[in-house]
Ligand binder design. Structure first.
Ligand SMILES: Cc1cc2nc3c(=O)[nH]c(=O)nc-3n(C[C@H](O)[C@H](O)[C@H](O)COP(=O)(O)OP(=O)(O)OC[C@H]3O[C@@H](n4cnc5c(N)ncnc54)[C@H](O)[C@@H]3O)c2cc1C
Length: 375
């Protein structure tokens, strides 16, 4: 749909007291359920490139453009969108922005919010708002681009996205290996020594800890980065393959290890100061010994994948209590699972009212921020 058609759909939803929901390819709709989902009018922004200036490392696309299409267009000019490797090539860029999808090994540890320069958004009043711009330094005042990044379509349907690109490095490989001993031995070393090395550690019960790192650059840089990995005590190192995300097949081993999330699992993302990483892991481990943890030492975040059997809200409350007793600041986001029965965020409600006064857009945001971590 064109932006103007989405605006008209929002206006008619207001008139008929119904709701609309912005979607992309529909590959992850269960991740952020909304109220009245069954009765929602689905609005799907169109795809396609609006403007691409390789010399400026900037591209403007319609929000329905898939990551696969985007990769192909940029690769033809030796460029890339630096969030890769991502989950599904069918994901649309609008959804990636709406969910603030965090690629586990994003180039130079950049997050999608670092790459979005501007957005066109249809708000809950049907107004078409252009925020940000097309150049890197253009933010003055309140940053509405970042506000909409990760808002799950609760503040507006994203219809156009302006992105900052990066040159594709000549070498770009995912390297993996195992870590022996207790995490409390090597986590402090990972934090202290993190270097420009996007990393994830997978901690699963009864399995050796496995480290994944993205080694990029020319040959000298890539081998220096491998040397850093060895200094952490990583053993059995081997290269999984290129990080290039245009082929989902090549990513299979990494996707299996880092991406596979059972449909019914509850997935939480907890973030804290980098130096609080070991304390965070210890608390989560104590409360959920059976969970698989994906820890990112350079972002200070851990993704917690737990089995069902937990009452989602109860578990989140327990985690809040556990963390509430520690001196570290943290944020806790439910990435997948039943929506919370209550929204505990004191910040979200008034912002939602300002952008969506009639409550026609995605209504719920699975977020709990009792002690928000602000960087
Ligand atoms: C909380 C959460 C965390 C995730 N983390 C990761 C991750 O770390 N790595 C990863 O690879 N994948 C992650 N995903 C999946 C990620 O959303 C998908 O990879 C991809 O973004 C889905 O693309 P899609 O086009 O199929 O989106 P859809 O399944 O169509 O939509 C996904 C969500 O985005 C909203 N949405 C979609 N398009 C728009 C739009 N234009 N405007 C406003 N809202 C919109 C939808 O309402 C829905 O809530 C995550 C998903 C969720 C919900």
């Amino acid at each position: 749909m064109e932006t103007s058609e989405i605006s008209a759909a929002v206006r008619s939803a207001i008139a008929s007291s119904t709701v609309v929901r912005g979607v992309g390819s529909g590959t992850w709709l269960h991740g952020g359920p909304v109220e009245n989902d069954a009765t929602a009018t689905v609005v799907k922004p169109r795809g396609g490139v609006i403007e691409y200036t390789p010399g400026d490392l900037v591209i403007s696309v319609h929000a329905g453009t898939t990551l696969e299409e985007l990769s192909a267009v940029c690769a033809a000019s030796g460029q890339m969108i630096a969030i890769a490797p991502y989950g599904s090539p069918r994901s649309t860029i609008g959804a990636v922005v709406a969910t603030a999808t965090a690629a586990p090994l994003a180039y130079d540890d950049l997050a999608i919010r670092d790459l979005v320069l501007g957005l066109t958004v249809v708000t809950g009043t049907g107004d078409i708002v252009r925020v940000g711009g097309k150049v890197v330094k253009n933010v003055a005042g309140f940053d509405l681009v970042r506000l909409n990044t990760g808002a799950f379509g609760t503040l507006g349907v994203i219809t156009e996205v302006n992105l900052r690109l990066h040159a594709k490095p000549s070498m770009d490989h995912v390297v993996t290996g195992t870590l022996d001993g207790s995490p409390w031995d090597w986590v402090p070393r990972l934090i202290a020594n993190r270097a420009p090395l996007p990393m994830q550690v997978r901690l699963a019960p009864d399995e050796p800890a496995q480290l994944f790192a993205r080694c990029t650059g020319n040959g000298a840089r890539a081998s220096a980065l491998r040397g850093i990995m060895q200094s952490y005590g990583v053993r059995n190192t081997f290269t999984l393959g290129p990080s290039d995300t245009s082929s989902a097949d090549e990513q299979v081993p990494m996707i299996t290890a880092l991406r596979h999330v059972p449909d019914h699992a509850l997935v939480l993302r907890i973030r804290t100061e980098l130096s609080g990483g070991d304390a965070m892991l210890e608390h989560v481990r104590k409360l959920l010994p059976e969970a698989t943890l994906l820890y990112n030492p350079s972002r200070g975040s851990v993704r917690v994948i737990t089995d069902p059997g937990h009452e989602d809200d109860v578990l989140v409350e327990q985690l809040e209590m556990q963390f509430g007793r520690t001196p570290v600041n943290y944020s806790l986001v439910a990435e997948q699972g039943a929506p919370p029965r209550h929204d505990t965020s004191p910040i979200h409600a008034p912002i939602k009212r300002a952008f969506d006064p009639h409550g026609v857009l995605n209504r719920r945001r699975a977020t709990f921020t009792p002690k928000p971590y602000v960087r």
